[in-house]
Design a protein around this ligand. Structure first.
Ligand code: NAI
Ligand code: MG
Length: 496
């Protein structure tokens, strides 16, 4: 495919990689799909094709799982914990050494602002790898004090086996790191399946893993679509599935894993409630709430998409948010000064516009946005949009939109707002803005969510567990719980 359509802003290194060819990474080798199939990745800022990439099918899943198994039974499984940790550190260094190129590729493939790609996606990827690089030397089992004489009983922590790790398009490189870092630290091997919208940085990360000295077959990258993911989920050689994506697909994967008794962790959707109490510092609350929803163009699983404001502050908060939304610079990811990029695809644009129409039909009041930003061109742009809604049960107030659409409504009491915040099917995140320490702790305890943010929204750290309750998922990533998901306990009995 010609590189003529790639944006002028790209550096030579990013341009050369983006142009391809993009093959699967299996056992350390770049290979075409067995049946030669390809898909095309598109630049969401322009709606133009970037490049073709391999579309893996069941035969490729077989080959990748076999390569991952061979690495586990071979070089990788034989490494000492210190050597494993050292290789993960070297991958972090390789990410940093190639940070500028990775950020450009991420901005190109997702449309997100280049600055965001650099300071969040790439920087946090390196941090995540470094955090887990410290773990291999600390994975101790226990001596178990059983109540019978003449035996010595202990536990071993063993890698779970070959993992299938399926990730979405909103933070492609960072989600890859969230998946592979704990798997490698545990001594497991992986087949990583990036989203069909955003294959580029996962492929580059796979190359960097090889350059860092991680043995071939430890990290395999199978590009493709949902059918590729399903081939991995169903593969008998896979011991554990880790998935981030939609709740609908998460339910299917959970059901399949139940039947085959594979280990599974699921990080799914959300409709997170953000509560501004009457005594909040409004400057911080408004700024934080704006970022909470419009960050990454609303394409974040923990987006602050439902806003509840104390009734006597409601009008002021809504008008300040509307004003900020009107001022936001929406544009191409690689363009200087862009605050909000496009949505990921024509499909997501249509979905988000469908929700905006449904909000209008259901009687919500449109206070800001709702249309196409001026000069948007052919990319998938939607203005930052704000509704106020009189009812909690309309679709825009209940369903995950995954776009720059906020729904705000007033509340009277703490008990009322806690009940309304907890009413939905999701439970990923929730937030509170207040200067009253008692109310902060009361709400932190009352809100049904895996993560509660007080006077901030969405901070993240490799050491701090992240995940959801209810339909937002199963299990936690980050920290020790993130590692435990890649380990099996073996109990050993020895008669003395
Ligand atoms: P999706 O859940 O279909 O895709 C996520 C990943 O799963 C991709 O790699 C995809 O190829 C793979 N996949 C799809 N079907 C599969 C299957 N049957 N078996 C195995 N793997 C499969 O999400 P999609 O369609 O891209 O986005 C739709 C909605 O999902 C969004 O509007 C948003 O609401 C939600 N979503 C949530 C994310 C989150 O971070 N929690 C991320 C992406 C989407
Ligand atoms: Mg793309």
């Amino acid at each position: 495919m010609s590189t003529a359509t790639l944006p002028d802003e790209l550096s030579p290194a990013a341009r050369e990689f983006a142009a391809g060819p993009h093959r699967l990474l299996i056992g350390g080798e770049p290979v075409a799909a067995a049946d030669g199939a390809t898909l095309t990745t598109v630049d969401p800022s322009t709606a133009r094709p970037i490049a073709e990439f391999a579309h893996a099918g069941p035969a490729d899943a077989d080959a990748a799982v076999a390569a991952a198994r061979a690495a586990l039974d071979g070089d990788w499984g034989a490494l000492t914990p210190a050597a494993r940790g050292d290789l993960i550190h070297r991958l972090a260094e390789a990410v940093e050494a190639n940070a500028a190129e990775l950020a450009e590729l991420e901005s190109l493939d997702t449309g997100k602002p280049l600055k965001l790609a650099r300071i969040v996606d790439v920087a946090k990827t390196a941090e995540h790898l470094r955090y887990y690089a410290g773990w291999p030397t600390k994975l101790t089992g226990e001596v178990i004090p059983v109540s019978q004489p003449g035996v010595h009983v202990y536990s071993r922590r063993e890698p779970v086996g070959v993992c299938a790790q399926i990730i979405p398009w909103n933070f492609p490189l960072l989600m890859a790191a969230w998946k592979i870092a704990p798997a490698l630290a545990a001594g497991a091997t992986t087949v990583l399946k990036p989203a069909e919208q955003t294959p580029l940085t996962a492929l580059r990360l796979g190359q960097l893993a090889l350059e860092a000295g991680i043995p071939p077959g430890v990290v395999n990258v199978l590009t493709g679509d949902g059918a590729t993911g399903a081939a991995l989920v169903d593969h008998p050689g896979v011991a554990k599935i880790a998935f981030t994506g939609s709740t609908a697909v998460g339910r299917e994967i959970g059901a399949a894993a139940g039947r085959s008794l594979k280990r599974v962790t699921l990080e799914l959707g959300g409709k997170s409630a953000n509560v501004i109490l009457p005594d909040a510092d409004l400057d911080t609350a408004v700024k934080g709430s704006f970022q909470g929803i419009y960050y990454n163009t609303g394409q974040a699983c923990n987006a602050a998409s439902r806003l509840f404001v104390a009734a006597d502050r409601f009008d002021e908060v809504v008008s300040r948010l509307a004003e900020s939304a009107g001022r936001a610079r929406v544009g191409a990811g690689l363009a200087e000064g862009t605050q909000l990029g496009p949505l990921i695809s024509a499909e997501q644009e249509e979905r988000v516009r469908g929700y905006i129409d449904s909000g209008r039909r259901d009687g919500a009041e449109l206070v800001a946005g709702g249309g196409t930003p001026e000069g948007a061109g052919d990319g998938y742009f939607v203005e930052p949009t704000l509704f106020t809604a009189a009812a909690d049960d309309i679709a825009i107030a209940r369903e995950e939109i995954f776009g720059p659409v906020l729904v705000a409504s007033p509340f009277e009491s703490l008990e009322e707002v806690a009940a309304r915040a907890n009413a939905g099917e999701y439970g990923l995140a929730a937030g509170v803005w207040t200067r009253d320490v008692g109310n902060a702790h009361r709400l932190a305890a009352l809100l049904q969510a895996g993560n509660v943010y007080v006077n901030t929204w969405g901070p993240s750290d490799a050491a701090a567990p992240f995940g959801g309750v209810k339909a937002s998922g199963i299990g936690r990533e980050h920290g020790r719980p993130g590692l435990e998901a890649y380990l099996e306990d073996k109990t050993v009995w020895i008669a003395l």
